[in-house]
Design a protein. Structure first.
Length: 592
């Protein structure tokens, strides 16, 4: 009897498994048919006399990624939601007779400063086609105003807020906290400006760190204020005077100082657009969301046979395969290999947006670039960051382009080890070790770091720093001594990096692509994006919209704490997972 029960339960189990598997395949097939066979149906029709709504809520990266699903090729996709896609779409809109202008309404975004600069420049170029750019907001933060100040006409809600106060950077220090908790960080570094570890060593900012932050902020503000001054036709002296006294903090004050044009409600703003389009007040004007227009404009037939490959390296540098926001040697190695072996690819642009990370992984990627550039020209385009490890993987390119506000340099390294000895002793835990040799025992967080161990780690840090400096010296055709004089972990803006020789030219991704095409001896070309990332089917199912049970852990956390707080949590998590010597930018800066 028990035997029959076992057989029956096995049969039922197999039946349920087959049913669930068939159901899963059916879902995948239907979804694939909808997303694959219906692609043309998903492209929005762009009507005559339309205005693009520049909504960038879903845009954070330059590159939205290209994904390959194992065993389910029908799901392969290249999302068109990266900033590069948006910039290309604005180029297309400039020549599109159906598009009459661009509207920015309550334009909140999560773009970095260099990205905002690139978008702002693209909007300036768009205006040369005699099409309008207008902006409205209930409130303007400093970052939002920097982008919106490019508009021909700027509206602000009568009870809205306006923020323009200049830049500042805040650093928190944890030395006393370590003393009180008993949790300390053992720090081994090279570079007097390598202030990533300074908060664990002191309670106040060092003169060297204060010097570099001051120069960095002044350089960034110079670019921001110059752009605003030019767009609003206000002298720099007048603008800085307004900022110093917070002279535009209310809508009426902002208008009186000519930083905005009109104090009005959103319905009045839309009526103004209708008037420009010659649309009746009681009728709606035609609009198209920028991401919809990205898809529509990308349908154009590409007749160019030559290609310039753009390989995106965005996020912190870590070991392994890598992902959309993590730079790993695996994905980049495959990207360079594919670009080099593709006969249509005439040259390569490496787009870097990274504050650095693992020194080992940076070296491995540097090596891939060395091998690739023997066969095809390589140009670097720097985004928001190309610092420390981000500069390491950039330094051997044929030419380096940076935005004025790109944060780069930070040529320095450090090692950091947590230690719980004091904490464990305070709660009555004591640790001893027995070893066969002097250094056979690995470092323990529950025992003090021995002097000879510290010395060995310091030697490793010095070796990595020397290698880093030599890589830069070779790539930039400088002496190691000259590199060391501008290294030591110090960060620079793109403007200052041009002066000291760390970059060759100020310009955006477009400029880098044009230069790379010239090196590749082609004038009729298009671009091809890399890398591709492999995904499993469960990742695809987790991304299906409208399925609350299919959300990833990251999506749940992001919903609960918000996007900005999630970024902070991610940074803390990555710091705790760091292994080996690090080449990471010492701090972050944002206009807020």
């Amino acid at each position: 009897m028990q035997f029959l029960k076992n057989v029956l339960s096995t049969v039922v189990g197999l039946f349920l498994f087959c049913f669930l598997f068939f159901f899963l395949v059916l879902i995948v097939g239907v979804v694939a048919a909808v997303s694959g066979g219906g692609k043309d149906k998903n492209v929005v029709e762009v009507k005559d006399n339309s205005v693009i709504e520049l909504n960038l809520d879903g845009v954070t990266n330059d590159y939205a990624g290209s994904f390959v699903y194992k065993d389910f090729a029908m799901l392969n996709d290249e999302p068109k939601e990266g900033l590069t896609d948006v910039l290309n779409a604005i180029d297309a809109a400039k020549k599109d007779d159906r598009i009459k202008g661009i509207t920015i309404t309550n334009g909140h975004n999560m773009l970095g400063l260099a990205q905002s600069k690139a978008l702002r420049d693209k909007l300036e170029d768009f205006k040369t086609s005699n099409k309008f750019v207008v902006a409205y907001s209930d409130t303007y933060t400093q970052a939002e105003y920097y982008l919106n100040s490019v508009a021909d006409t700027i509206y602000l809600n009568p009870v809205g807020d306006f923020e323009l106060k200049g830049l500042s950077s805040e650093v928190m220090f944890y030395k006393d906290l370590q003393e009180k908790t008993g949790i300390t960080m053992e720090v081994i570094r090279h570079g007097k400006y390598k202030s990533a570890v300074e908060p664990f060593l002191a309670n106040e900012m060092s003169p060297a760190n204060r010097e570099q932050i001051t120069q960095l902020l002044n350089s960034v503000w110079s670019t921001v204020s110059t752009d605003i001054s030019k767009s609003r036709n206000i002298s720099l002296d007048s603008l800085n005077s307004i900022v110093n006294r917070l002279g535009a903090r209310t809508p009426d004050m902002a208008k009186a100082t000519k930083l905005i044009d009109k104090v009005a409600y959103e319905d009045e703003y839309h009526n103004g657009i209708k008037k420009a389009l010659k649309v009746k007040k009681d009728e709606d004007y035609n609009t198209v969301d920028i991401l919809d227009y990205v898809k529509a404009s990308s349908q154009a037939i590409d007749i160019a046979t030559d290609r310039v490959a753009i390989i995106y390296a965005q996020g912190e540098i870590s070991g392994g395969e890598g992902d959309l926001n993590i730079i790993g040697e695996g994905a980049l190695r495959k990207a360079f290999k594919e670009a080099v072996e593709d006969e249509d690819v005439k040259s390569i642009v490496l787009r870097v947006d990274s504050p650095g990370g693992s020194a080992l992984t940076s070296e491995l990627i540097w090596r891939e670039i060395e091998l690739a550039k023997k066969k095809k020209p390589i140009v670097v385009s720097m985004g928001n960051y190309a610092a420390s490890g981000g500069y390491y993987i950039s330094c051997n390119a044929s030419r380096i382009f940076a935005e004025p506000t790109t944060i780069t340099g930070s040529i320095g390294v450090f090692g950091m080890l947590p230690n719980f000895t004091k904490l464990s002793n305070n709660i009555g835990i004591h640790t001893e070790a027995v070893s066969t040799h002097n250094n056979s025992g690995q470092y323990s967080v529950f025992m003090p770091l021995k002097d000879d161990t510290r010395q060995i780690i310091q030697q490793g840090v010095e070796q990595v720093y020397t290698t880093f400096v030599n890589r830069v010296a070779k790539g930039r055709k400088m002496t190691p001594a000259a590199v060391d004089s501008i290294a030591q972990g110090r960060v620079w803006t793109g403007t200052d990096a041009l002066k000291n020789g760390l970059v060759d030219e100020i310009g955006g991704l477009d400029d880098a692509v044009k230069y790379a095409a010239k090196l590749g001896k082609t004038t009729n070309y298009s671009t091809k994006n890399f890398p591709e990332f492999e995904r499993d089917i469960d990742k695809y199912l987790s991304n299906l919209a409208g399925l609350p049970f299919a959300k990833t852990k990251e999506e749940f956390i992001k919903e609960e704490v918000g996007a900005e707080n999630y970024q902070m949590i991610e940074r803390i998590r990555r710091v705790t997972q760091q292994k080996g010597v690090q080449a990471v930018m010492p701090f972050e800066i944002s206009i807020r």
